[in-house]
Write a protein that binds this ligand. Structure first.
Ligand SMILES: Cc1ncc(COP(=O)(O)O)c(C=O)c1O
Length: 343
């Protein structure tokens, strides 16, 4: 497996690195501000860069204040989604997903909300927007519960003019090496809540505030969740490449749509970022990792009993043909792809 990084973009990146070194700011400089503004334009939501997707989630829960409170999390996600509220002191309550979108089930969520529920996490898993996002956002608003969007998979997924992070209180993106927009490590928090975003500027930097040359510490629980300038420069380049990566993935997905009948059917107008292409009940000759396996379930990791039939069904029945950028058979015609993939 070879992940392409075209010469043109390498040269652009090297030029940005020269700018970083010339500026003498290896951290807290212009690259980060430019990257935050650029990603903010891309998502339509104000953004602040942090060290990774996990610290993006943790920052949100630390601000909300979930100590001793319940946070409802879908069981079928990467462990980071549950580990973050747990680290912030919450009791994590696991909910089931739907079989049609693999995302948090509105029906199961309603059953799990109690007076102690402070927040709900929705994961736009696989690269599309959770089909029930609007119902879930409305329910959270009505019950005064914080809705947190885990956007680690959803770069480029859109619905009704919005992308991940635009429905809830805040969203957390990851730029981990395997993600649609990879930076090795990196994260972005997006939110329309100005108080939270002001708080985060200090929180991600040990609670430090610099105003008019004076340094003060406006909180005691801040820590180092900063993104450095070298990473932010790479973020700028990856953001520029992102439309090309998304188009490439969408072209391959439209071929897969002709090969696989049993796949996800998106609601009218929804466009996936295709972090993964998901199929059900096929034998494949080539596949990438599943979106999640039974061993990824939070309650499985915690060793607690659970009854989440849809998550269990999906884990057993779904597979993912390759859709990572640069897969070397992607340019094959549909018939060839069928032969390459199907047993
Ligand atoms: C759904 C989900 N949430 C959160 C994360 C955490 O992101 P990071 O690895 O950047 O901390 C990941 C992936 O790594 C993920 O897949």
């Amino acid at each position: 497996m070879k992940i392409p990084f075209e010469q043109l973009y390498r040269q652009k990146y090297y030029r940005l690195l020269d700018e970083v070194f010339d500026s003498s700011f290896l951290s807290e400089g212009r690259m980060l501000r430019d990257f935050e503004e650029g990603f903010g334009r891309f998502t339509g939501v104000p953004c602040l860069g942090v060290s990774n997707g996990g610290t993006a989630l943790l920052s949100i829960f630390e601000y909300i204040g979930v100590e001793g409170k319940d946070v409802i999390v879908p069981a079928n996600t990467f462990w980071a989604t549950a580990a973050a509220p747990k680290r912030a002191g919450a009791n994590v309550i696991y909910a089931d997903c739907n079989r049609d979108d693999l995302c948090l089930s509105y029906e199961d969520l309603k059953k799990k909300i109690t007076k102690n529920t402070k927040a709900v996490v929705i994961v736009h898993i696989g690269g599309h927007i959770a089909f029930e996002i609007e119902k879930i956002a409305a329910l959270c608003k009505e019950r005064a519960i914080f809705l947190v969007e885990d956007c680690a998979h959803v770069h480029g997924g859109t619905w009704r003019g919005k992308t991940g992070g635009d429905w809830g209180f805040a969203g957390a993106y990851s730029f981990y090496a395997t993600k649609t927009m990879p930076m090795g490590e990196g994260g972005m928090v997006c939110s329309h809540n100005e108080d939270f975003m002001q708080w985060l500027k200090h929180y991600r930097n040990y609670g430090k505030k610099v105003a008019g040359g004076n340094v003060s510490y406006v909180m005691k629980n801040g820590f180092n969740f900063r993104m450095n300038e070298v990473s932010a420069a790479l973020g700028l380049i990856q953001l520029e490449r992102l439309p090309e990566i998304l188009n490439w993935k969408r072209r391959l997905a439209s071929k897969y749509d002709k090969i696989f009948a049993n796949t996800i059917v998106f609601p009218e107008g929804m466009i996936s970022g295709y972090y993964k292409y998901i199929v059900f009940d096929y034998e494949l000759k080539q596949e990438t990792g599943k979106v999640f396996a039974r061993t990824d379930f939070g309650p499985e990791i915690e060793g607690i009993p659970y009854d989440l039939p849809n998550s269990t069904w999906i884990a057993a029945h779904h597979k993912c043909p390759p859709i990572y950028y640069g897969w070397d058979s992607a340019d094959q015609a549909i018939d060839e792809l069928r032969t390459i993939l199907l047993k």
